[in-house]
Ligand binder design. Structure first.
Ligand code: COS
Length: 383
């Protein structure tokens, strides 16, 4: 649904205020406890944040991508842990169902995902299949009216909280690559589905990941996404195209927060008898960060507009993810530099962002995978 300009402005303003008044003050607690307080989760549910990308017909806000990214810019001025909680329900955890699910699967799952009643996870990566996702080994063997799943999935975002997993598994062992892979909707609590301990990560405390292990996990045949075998990898790639654009928007929001904090600090902090903001070498760092964040924002808005217009955006999404995730790494590095020694001290929060943003160059496809996607598409389009 295209919101009218005034409704969109109000939504973005509400999320902006929520981030400033509720989320930023809770960042330290989230990092210390590795958990998001229940009252904040409840408020996120009430605001509809779990269902931004779910069509209105299934209980979501049904935002267009160009609207969703503007909400994400505002939300992501706060720690990325908050976005991560709603990220899978809006992105990789729900979009497979939105794009390729049967009507029955949509009716069964999307309203609960949109309401934030359950959390969705996306289980593609395995111990031996990361960037080379099509080499995954998890298997789903047909047995009467069921499929029997076996295998291990690694680094699965929100797995410890999830009520529903979209699991990519090989239904046709005779096909080595993408064609033998199917997607399944597996409920948490299904016998044979085991959860690993939450991973101990470099950053992004409060955003949980874990292994999930399938041991003769039996799911009904109607858990097959879209009811068609052999489509799982293509679904995953389409979901990731959209997800990469969303992550680029996350990077823009965080970069803008870090720039704001750097400007405030540079105006307050005095050395050599004046605020460090008056020194041109500090100004150069601020200006470079502003320039790069602006470029990334423009890229994201352009690609989102193309997606809304129904154009293919595989190349644009990879460009956005590549540029924005590398950009926010540089911005975070400069933010530490502007803050000097304080940038290295936990109390100021800047070092936490420095660690948090490192993940964006890795998940939903490394920077090198984005380069491959962009170059492959260029070469394909040239012939
Ligand atoms: N949209 C729709 N279909 C796509 C697609 C896209 N963006 N990208 C690929 N496909 C289809 C291809 O058209 C092909 O279909 P056909 O068999 O019908 O021709 C199939 O998927 C296989 O594509 P391809 O041959 O390009 O697959 P590769 O094994 O070479 O892998 C990369 C492609 C490397 C791009 C893919 O494995 C990838 O993105 N890896 C990173 C995975 C990732 O991001 N992991 C993060 C974990 S999730 S948080």
């Amino acid at each position: 649904m295209a919101l009218d300009a005034e409704t969109l402005r109000q939504l973005v303003e509400t999320v902006d205020r929520f981030a400033r008044e509720r989320l930023i003050p809770a960042e330290h607690q989230v990092a210390e406890t590795d958990a998001i307080p229940d009252d904040i989760v409840a408020e996120m549910r009430e605001m509809g944040l779990f269902g931004m990308s779910v069509p209105e017909a299934y209980g979501g806000l049904g935002l267009r991508m160009s609207e969703e990214v503007q909400v994400v810019f505002a939300l992501c001025q706060a720690s990325p842990a908050f976005r991560s909680l709603i990220g899978t329900n809006n992105g990789i955890g729900s979009q497979g169902i939105v794009m390729d699910g049967t009507e029955e699967q949509k009716r069964r799952w999307l309203p609960r995902l949109a309401a934030g009643e359950i959390i969705a996870s996306f289980a593609l990566t395995e111990p031996e299949a990361g960037s080379d996702a099509a080499s995954l080994r998890a298997s789903a063997r047909r047995d009467g009216n069921c499929y029997v799943l076996n295998g291990t999935k690694r680094f699965i975002t929100n797995a410890p909280r999830a009520g529903l997993f979209t699991v990519m598994a090989r239904t046709d062992p005779s096909v080595a690559g993408a064609g033998g892979i199917s997607a399944f909707l597996v409920e948490a609590g299904t016998p044979g589905l085991h959860m690993g301990l939450p991973d101990r990560k470099m950053g992004q405390k409060g955003a949980l990941t874990a292994d999930i292990i399938f041991e003769d996990c039996r799911v009904p045949a109607d858990a097959l996404l879209g009811g068609v075998e052999g489509q799982g990898f293509r679904t995953a790639m389409k979901v990731l195209d959209r997800g990469r654009l969303h992550i680029a928007a996350v990077c823009v929001g965080i970069a803008e927060r870090l720039i704001r904090d750097s400007v405030c600090y540079a105006l307050e902090r005095r050395q050599f008898g004046k605020p460090i903001a008056e020194f041109q070498l500090v100004q150069a760092m601020l200006a470079d960060s502003r320039m790069e964040a602006y470029a990334a924002r423009c890229m994201v808005m352009d690609a989102a507009g193309k997606l809304d217009a129904g154009q293919p955006i595989s190349t644009e999404a990879a460009c956005c993810k590549l540029f924005a995730s590398e950009m926010v790494g540089r911005v975070a590095d400069r933010a530490v530099q502007v803050h000097g020694g304080a940038g290295y001290i936990a109390d100021y929060g800047i070092e936490r962002f420095y660690r948090d943003v490192r993940l964006f160059r890795l998940y939903e496809g490394t920077s090198q995978i984005q380069q491959i996607v962009i170059a492959r598409n260029m070469l394909r389009d040239a012939v």
